[in-house]
Design a protein around this ligand. Structure first.
Ligand code: BDR
Ligand code: CA
Length: 329
């Protein structure tokens, strides 16, 4: 694989995770992304599982040696709560990947990120696809790193519905304080929230076609896209084909496929709404502003809409799997 010198230097922070796995495959395969390293955090599965899944999925991608390290095993305040009902006990649903010879670094992922950021000749983009515990620890422990971070692109939060609760999205809900620290860090942030995450899906006929192909990569992607069939109960039992976290990377390499706006954003830290991202989409000042009652909000670039077909195609093309799409007659 050739990485163009113009490729964006990226560090992924993941909780692999069915859709983190899709995102890792995409990041490794896309020529405009140079994955400097991967930082792991507890979230969808335990930290040990996340590290192991990440190393194994790198084999599927036939990735060069990419440093992978383990970070936080629980959020700053809350206990770790797995999402086994979505991602299975292993984190990869029913997918069983062969053991790998790849090894995690012996340093923590916070230290790995610091070293990679300091050493990078170009400012690094951090891509958070998980609870933001590691990112918050990095920015608190080594605030000077912010000077060489271009921006933080994160999958998390929502401008509408939640999934962990009626109003909170899992990654932010899992560690709300961490998300608040990241937003408050002064580093520019881009939020790829649940509303867009939930839209980009690949049709079931395509997943079935992938499963019929001989290549291991095609079969793994087919299994990951079909995951919720095997796992879910109730509404989750239906096929969704979501590319999930991989959509945040599509937004990184193809910003024209997503509609965004700079908006005031904050994380709700108490009450039932704990973990909710509040996004102020008003076009006119409300009573709170008029009467001087508004407290401080951070500003973030927020994804509001996405071109689903464009990103589904981009995802498949990047992985060399476009032939699974229906061919024009
Ligand atoms: C987020 O939580 C996990 O289920 C996914 O990997 C994604 O990062 C969606 O709420
Ligand atoms: Ca994730």
């Amino acid at each position: 694989m050739t990485i163009s010198t113009a490729a964006t230097p990226v560090i992924l922070d993941v909780d692999t995770g069915v859709d983190d796995a899709l995102a890792i495959l995409f990041a490794i395969k896309h020529p405009a992304i140079n994955v400097l390293g991967i930082s792991c955090v507890a979230g969808n599965a335990s930290l040990e599982r996340v590290v192991d899944n990440t190393l194994r999925i790198l084999d599927v991608a036939d990735a060069p040696l990419v440093p992978v390290a383990a970070g936080a095993r629980r959020p700053l305040l809350e206990p770790a709560r797995s999402a086994a009902h979505v991602h299975g006990e292993s984190g990869l649903g029913t997918l069983l990947l062969p053991a790998t010879g790849r090894k995690a670094e012996s340093i923590s992922s916070i230290e790995l990120m610091r070293r990679l950021i300091v050493a990078s000749p170009r400012p690094v983009t951090l891509v958070g696809l998980a609870p933001q515990t590691n990112l918050a620890l990095l920015l608190r422990q080594y605030p000077e790193c912010a000077d060489n971070i271009e921006r933080i692109v994160f999958m998390g939060g929502s401008t509408t519905v939640g999934n962990a609760t009626a109003v909170a999205e899992f990654n932010v809900w899992h560690d709300p304080e961490a998300a608040a620290i990241v937003l408050d860090s002064g580093v520019p942030t881009f939020m790829y929230g649940l509303d867009v995450f939930n839209q980009v899906s690949i049709g079931e006929p395509v997943a079935l076609e992938l499963l019929r192909k001989e290549s291991n990569l095609a079969q793994v992607v087919g299994r990951l896209l079909s995951n919720r069939v095997a796992l879910g109960a109730g509404r989750n039992a239906e096929y969704t084909g979501l590319i999930g976290d991989a959509g945040a990377l599509c937004a990184l390499v193809d910003p024209d496929g997503v509609t965004t706006e700079m908006l005031p954003l904050r994380v709700q830290l108490s009450g039932y709404g704990r973990g909710q991202t509040l996004v102020d989409q008003r076009t006119h000042p409300g009573e709170d502003i008029v009467h001087g009652l508004a407290s401080e909000w951070e500003a973030a670039e927020v994804a509001l809409d996405v071109d689903v077909d464009r990103y589904a195609r981009l995802f498949l093309k990047t992985l060399g799997l476009s032939s699974a799409l229906p061919q024009p007659v």
